[in-house]
Ligand binder design. Sequence first.
Ligand code: NAP
Length: 679
Amino acid sequence: MTITLQSLAQDRWVTPDEGRVEIASAIDGSVVARASSAGLDFAAMVAHAREIGGPALRKLSFHRRADMLKALGAYLGERKETLYALAADTGANRRDNAVDIDGGLVTLAAYASRGRRELPDTPFIVEGEVEQLGKRGSFVGQHLLSPLHGVAVHINAFNFPCWGLLEKLAPALLAGVPVIAKPATATAYVAEALVKLIHESGLLPAGALQLICGGTGDLLDHLTGQDVIAFTGSIETSEKLHAHRNVARHAIRFVAERDSLNAAILGADVTPADPEFDLFVREVVREMTAKAGQKCTAIRRVLVPRAQQAAVLAALKDKLAEVRLGDPRKDDKAMGPLVSRAQREAVRAAIATLQTEAEIVSGNPERCEGDGIDATKGAYMAPILLRARDPMAARKVHDTEAFGPVATVLAYDDIDQAIELVRRGEGSLVASLFTYDNVVAEQIALGIAPWHGRLLIVDRDCAAESTGHGAPLPALLHGGPGRAGGGEELGGLRSVHHYMQRTAIQASPRRLAALTGTWSRGAPSPAATVHPFKRNYDELAIGDSIETASRPITLDDIEHFAHFTGDTFYAHMDEAAAKANPFFPGRVAHGYLILAFAAGLFVDPAPGPLLANYGLDNLRFLKPVSPDDTIKVKLTVKQKSSARRPEYGEVRWDVEVVNQHDEPVARYDLLTMSARPPA
Ligand code: NAP
């Protein structure tokens, strides 16, 4: 059945009435969908995102947006089979779809959980420490990140219609910025189905997500400096969009993920007898064949020590000979077709270019066979392995991306040459190195790291748990310099920051504390009339503080603590040895003794709203405490944040321990949970 794809504009599904482009099935070339964005009012879509979607998202805190992503992930997870069924026509088998569909859902879930764990429950993010800007401490500065008041335009490549859409959507929504997604036309029917599910869920506020199936018309003309373009695709399209007059004039943020000629390197220490040899061969074959090699992270350049070239070629040929081609609907284990016959022609042309300096050692780009497939109708192609004739003279192999099941082996003579060859890729998303030698690992890793966004070092110790060369992970950076586009996606909260403006705020500590909801030294800290541990979460105010009584520390205390805990380190026990240590004037109290006494000074012992202490952050011992010194503590409410459960909130306290001269001897943040009154 042929579907006419709809776009989601201003929260309504719009069917185009003219100029539809036909999208063919990868399996047999039959028309599966038609797409066009004719008739869409792009200016109105941008205005809708800015005026409806943005304000609605910004009304929610980070935690609420994180909860929304979590609920969305669960909703889609229950309905993902629809997407699996549709995606077969893109050439993807179940394993490929697991990467695209489940991979997208995992990314959503990862951002939901990061939003809850790592972001505050405020409309902005406070970044870094307070910087003291004046000698007396009355003028300070700090960076804040606040969501842009624009729209995120997400333009995606054809190879991951679900993951590509979701891995961009999650950070933007978490930041509070609405999205207009434009999937690649070749696989837009899967992205459209995904957005239909999202829309049906009713979990996103109005205006938070719109979809363009077809061209982007004059969309870019309506963007301003509050907007962001995140692009994945070819270098040519990226160049064109980045150079768009309006994009350049408004300095519109442009995050690009583009072509990448990723390398896998077999270390010079590895022989066929080592486990790393088999791991290397397996990884190269997996990357050549997963998604029929249509992965931006796929291995394109296979670097091997010259002495091992024959062995590697033989092993790769053997493994590639085992690869079967098959209909992705029927055979999960066989490699499916490329996305389209046009894509196959593009790959054949790229192979022809590579052949000017490399010879094919396995596979025939013009011929392939498989169970029940018709390669004249479907876009099937056998895996093609090439070998560079003269790697140091070769040029095309470093700038021609055959976006299919294609890789080229390059022999190197020494480590410096391997590094030089990898660098000729002019920037890649990822490289992997297979070695069991620290020197090889260090030389190659440091030699190529500036050319890469991710570097995977595989050996027998980590192989079983390795997530693989080709898998971008929500926690780690996805992106690379130069040819790879210079973009940074994923990487935990890094990608959320793309949708936020960093502003340096300069003010008095009082003003800054009021603005950020975080107390810092120099801001008012009125003495509490009631012990703050007796106050419930809602009653506590930022800056509330108490100063405790003083307590002397005696040599007996130190001796007792040493024998009680077993910590008889010489600095606490032996006057002469302690004196010989440049940091101590003689025997000193244990740091942990100071902490224990500090707690003894500031706790309020009776049962009350303070439920538990769950940790210390940023602990520093600043000055030694000698026998007969006295200490006292100042405890101040530094920050409050609501917890997932409504019965309590989390309180961060600033703790400063000072000696009899008012000199700080220890500072830390104490983390507690304090009860909230029943709602
Ligand atoms: P492409 O032809 O550059 O298309 C990418 C996207 O740009 C598509 O959505 C396309 O829409 C759109 N587009 C094309 N011309 C446009 C224009 N004038 N204005 C607005 N949008 C425009 O790339 P592709 O063939 O889909 O993907 C393959 C390439 O993507 C490969 O080079 C691969 O390396 C790269 N890739 C990179 C990554 C990464 O993370 N670095 C990931 C995946 C793929 P239409 O489809 O409607 O033309």
